[in-house]
Write a protein that binds this ligand. Structure first.
Ligand SMILES: NC(=O)c1ccc[n+]([C@@H]2O[C@H](COP(=O)([O-])OP(=O)(O)OC[C@H]3O[C@@H](n4cnc5c(N)ncnc54)[C@H](O)[C@@H]3O)[C@@H](O)[C@H]2O)c1
Length: 282
């Protein structure tokens, strides 16, 4: 019998996780608070499968079968018999804690409760449950069907068994996992990109090199697909500033302290591609 996955939140990440999991044979129930959100989520999944079919990377019959494995609901109780639950709702600790409190009461004893949070400590989410040992971070990347990485995050009390089950789940969807052994702010991935972006912003602000040359150094010198300042513009300078500030606050490590000019850019609304101006003009 196929194993059951419950995905809480049918937004960008939740629908992507549902999509790759159904494709991998999981029976998926996708939960959101409104029917409109669920329809948006499943429409996105269907459109994405169609693209894979059009490119010859997926058989139409397999796409159809995967879609049939996804059901939708507004009832959190549908997670009661799931083997794995992945939460992918808004990045707000109060909202996530409320969901984990409820899930903790209703899921099977051997279920894994995972959060897709990109920055909230897993330990703080797990702390509201009676069983923090079964709570873990499964940090997928966007767009989920394309990006190969899943960052597994151990909370302070996550058990080895939970981590192993989370790995098995993520690998079944075709992802490669890395393990974050200590629940530090920014995990591994956001710490690395924050350190690089903050240093690039400092070099830029102090006139050491132009944005183009800093990015070219990373692309041609280190083989990065994209330079750090172009990455900041794409992700949103505001988002990366917030991430770096959060890591700096938690770690008190100066290398994550964002430079003043970066803050002023954000104050002025120059936050990258979405505003038309960031380190580059669009
Ligand atoms: N967007 C990214 O690039 C990215 C990458 C990695 C991780 N994340 C993390 O993944 C999570 C989800 O991000 P997203 O970009 O998919 O957000 P999103 O805004 O696209 O989707 C969030 C969804 O959660 C739903 N929701 C809110 N409260 C709910 C509840 N109580 N029960 C069920 N559904 C509820 C909303 O209706 C919405 O559909 C966040 O924690 C985010 O930090 C995002």
């Amino acid at each position: 019998m196929a194993r059951k996955l419950a995905v809480i939140g049918a937004g960008l990440m939740g629908s992507g996780i549902a999509q790759v999991s159904a494709r991998a044979g999981w029976d998926v129930v996708l939960r959101d608070v409104t029917d409109a959100a669920l329809t948006r989520g499943t429409d996105g999944i269907r459109a994405s499968y169609d693209k894979f079919v059009a490119k010859g990377k997926l058989e139409a019959a397999d796409a159809e079968a995967a879609l049939k494995r996804i059901s939708t609901t507004t009832d959190l109780g549908a997670a009661a018999d799931a083997d794995v639950v992945v939460e992918a709702v808004f990045e707000r600790i109060d909202v996530k804690q409320e969901i984990f409190r409820e899930l903790d009461r209703l899921v099977r004893d051997d279920a894994v409760l995972a959060s897709n949070t990109s920055a909230i400590p897993i330990t703080k989410i797990a702390a509201v449950t009676e069983h923090p040992e079964r709570v873990v971070g499964t940090h997928f990347f966007s767009p989920v069907p394309m990006m190969q990485l899943c960052e597994l995050v151990r909370g302070y009390k996550t058990s080895d068994e939970t981590l192993a089950k989370a790995r098995e789940f993520a690998e079944s969807t075709g992802k490669t996992c890395i393990v974050v052994n200590r629940d530090v702010a920014g995990f591994v991935t956001t710490r690395l990109i924050s350190a690089l972006v903050v240093e690039a912003a400092k070099l830029h602000e102090s006139g050491v090199a132009s944005a183009e040359d800093i990015d070219t150094a990373c692309k041609l010198g280190f083989g990065h697909a994209m330079g750090p300042l172009a990455t900041a513009d794409l992700t949103g300078v505001d988002i990366l500033l917030h991430a770096a500030e959060n890591i700096y606050t938690e770690s008190q490590d100066e290398k994550f302290a964002p430079p003043e000019a970066m803050r002023r850019m954000v104050d002025a609304g120059d936050i990258g591609r979405k505003s038309g101006q960031g380190y580059y003009t669009y």
